[in-house]
Design a protein around this ligand. Sequence first.
Ligand SMILES: C[C@@](CO)(OP(=O)(O)O)[C@H](O)COP(=O)(O)OP(=O)(O)OC[C@H]1O[C@@H](n2ccc(N)nc2=O)[C@H](O)[C@@H]1O
Ligand SMILES: Nc1ncnc2c1ncn2[C@@H]1O[C@H](COP(=O)(O)OP(=O)(O)O)[C@@H](O)[C@H]1O
Length: 296
Amino acid sequence: MRPRSAAEPVLRERAPAKLNLDLLVTGRRPDGYHELDSLVVFADPADELRFAPAPLLQLEVAGPFAAELPTGEANIVLRAARLLAERTGVEGNARIGLVKRLPVAAGIGGGSADAAATLRGLRRLWNLSLDDRTLAALGLALGADVPVCLAGTPSRMRGIGERLEPLPNLPALDLVLVNPRRPLATAAVFGALRLERPSERDEPSALPRTPEALVERLAGTRNDLEAPARTLLPAIGEVLAALVSDPACRLARMSGSGPTCFGIFPDAAAARTAAARLAAARPDWWVVACRSGGGA
Ligand SMILES: C[C@@](CO)(OP(=O)(O)O)[C@H](O)COP(=O)(O)OP(=O)(O)OC[C@H]1O[C@@H](n2ccc(N)nc2=O)[C@H](O)[C@@H]1O
Ligand SMILES: Nc1ncnc2c1ncn2[C@@H]1O[C@H](COP(=O)(O)OP(=O)(O)O)[C@@H](O)[C@H]1O
């Protein structure tokens, strides 16, 4: 990325990793999309986007996962920018820099997070008077996960992603994220799902107030996409086995359509120790100790 002059205004947006703490497939719509009921949180690892005025719309990509991304019109950042310009009638020019730190096709919403950050950043850069609801509707046209990434707060997500209930007081969790460095396309995982009977969430009585209560609640749910994802990529089983082999790990599960999995640990030190052990044992995996966003 070319160095910027001190006078060039640059807006920044973070695009944090999205985690599905659980994911129930509750039905299938006539158009083939699946209805979900999922507890979604955000974690510290994030892509970073920068926006500056420019005579054209251009995207520059850097960072550890840049090589795995489409750089042209297939990049969801450019698609988001073009859609926003088209819907608001602005010229739609900007110089966008994306630092790609999240693995691609990973079940942690990297593309959706980038799209959400682009919509937020360009709304500011272009001085658009577009409310959050309109932005969320635009986001949904880009991807089912974009509205929750725009909200950026722990949420219960239903429908295909358009029905959001913010849960700002959900306790924060100490986590280890592990990705086996193999991509898995969301569409392929939904395609491999055999939905014999739609899942249903037991109506929760009260929101868990402590990490322990949240883990207990999660132990009674699951990710319905884990089985089809494992048939497509057996390495997911290895990742989950490696996480649960740590005696401090309270729960291990796949996020979204995978293959990234997370382990929940009692505190940050235990998560860091487990991450160091896993990274040493499997240098070919992406391993990060982090904390999920939450109100507590
Ligand atoms: C599974 C989830 C869970 O949060 O996350 P990821 O694994 O992608 O991170 C999301 O629902 C993914 O959202 P997103 O990645 O935006 O998906 P989209 O681009 O809209 O959809 C990709 C393809 O997945 C299938 N799809 C997606 C969402 C959904 N609720 N039902 C589906 O059947 C459709 O075949 C669609 O064409
Ligand atoms: N900025 C971006 N970040 C990540 N993926 C992107 C981006 N732009 C386009 N893509 C494409 O989107 C696909 C990943 O989407 P998906 O399978 O839904 O992944 P995830 O499970 O990580 O949300 C990949 O084919 C990737 O090439």
